[in-house]
Design a protein. Structure first.
Length: 367
């Protein structure tokens, strides 16, 4: 066997060899803030395994001298909250910096009847388009601007039908052309043009994540332990299928160059979207199952993973990298974990209702 990253075995070669398990030297420091959410006096609802119930509107990183800020959406039970927090000047070493100024306000203009399972946000200019989906599959669309929040539409995907409650995913196209929703219990993917249903696909396995690929008509779906690629222009629809793992996949991230998936196997698998070839993997990324995955904005071949054990880690999928920072730990499992678009800043909410903000270096320098 060929031993890979961190001493993990790989059967890709018949010869016996060993790679170095020495961790690369990383230049940079992870800064952490935390604070308690009130959520109208209730603990957050447990949700499903996937940590898809938050979206970051904006962040301003804090420094040693200056305050920062974070603005996000978080869903609990059948309500969505807009949370704003001030980030005090950060300490380089020691315990996380405590946030004392946290403001919460519910989105009163719409309220789902069931527990919200997924939240998605896309930005166009000064406006933010927000989509949320509950455990029965009802979708609510909103537009958030400087003038306030405007409800756009509500889509009842299973009106008049008996539907078993479960995890449902929602995804807005980066160009705001279309919207995709997937139902794990119904084994179904629905494509909408605005609020009009244009196509519907049945999947062989239960879908657990869905993502549009930027600048294309393709979208990716995690089905149990498979990664499938779908083309809206094709009558066959499903154009690629990869058996990415031997266990269930819970997390996925996509860019115009790669698609990465992870789950119960604790391995991040990465595929090239141009040639549809396997690029690499990051083994033993966390101690327990991975339920959240985000690609680094500033550094190629790096990603962030969150797990069911409250772990958060950063690493790369090339043979010389692996885990780059020591694993960060929250006070309980992640219910939601989201990343900003332009910075490597992650915002998460745990089962105990604690808000965490992690600021990673803008460029993860490795030597």
């Amino acid at each position: 066997l060929e031993f890979g990253m961190e001493g993990t075995p790989s059967s890709s070669s018949g010869r016996q060899s060993y790679r170095s398990t020495k961790r690369p030297k990383v230049i940079g420091q992870v800064l952490c803030h935390r604070g308690k959410l009130l959520l109208e006096g209730r603990s957050p609802s447990p949700g499903s395994v996937q940590a898809t119930r938050a979206a970051v509107i904006s962040t301003v990183p804090s420094t040693k001298e200056l305050n920062g800020s974070v603005d996000l959406l978080f869903a609990s039970y059948n309500q969505m909250y807009r949370v704003g927090a001030s980030l005090p000047p950060t300490k380089i070493e020691g315990d996380p910096t405590e946030m004392t100024e946290i403001h919460e306000e519910p989105f009163l203009h719409h309220q789902h009847k069931r527990e919200i399972q997924s939240v998605c946000l896309q930005t166009s200019g000064s406006q933010h388009h927000v989509a949320s989906i509950d455990s029965r599959g009802e979708v609510v669309l909103s537009r958030l601007s400087t003038d306030g929040t405007v409800p756009l539409a509500s889509v009842a995907t299973c009106k008049g039908k008996f539907v078993e409650d479960g995890w449902n995913g929602i995804e807005l196209h980066p160009d705001l052309i279309q919207m995709a929703a997937c139902s794990m219990m119904q084994k179904r993917v629905s494509i909408y043009d605005g609020t009009s249903l244009v196509r519907e696909f049945n999947t062989p396995h239960h879908p657990t994540q869905i993502k549009f690929l930027p600048e294309s008509c393709l979208f990716a779906v995690c089905e149990l332990n498979h990664l499938t690629i779908w083309d809206l222009r094709s009558s066959a629809a499903c154009v690629k299928r990869f058996k990415a793992s031997t266990s269930s996949l819970y997390a996925m991230a996509a860019s115009d160059q790669v698609v990465a998936v992870a789950g119960a196997g604790r391995i991040v698998q990465v595929y090239d979207t141009k040639k549809w070839t396997f690029l690499g993997s990051w083994s033993n990324a966390l101690k327990y199952e991975i339920n959240s995955l985000h690609l680094s904005t500033s550094t190629k071949d790096h990603c962030f993973v969150g797990g069911l054990d409250s772990g958060l880690s950063c690493g790369g999928w090339s043979a010389k990298q692996g885990t780059l920072f020591k694993e960060e730990l929250g006070d309980s499992r992640w219910l939601a974990l989201a990343k900003t678009v332009k910075q490597d800043t992650l915002v998460g909410v745990t089962a105990q209702g604690t808000l965490y903000v992690y600021q990673y270096p803008d460029n993860i320098n490795v030597s």
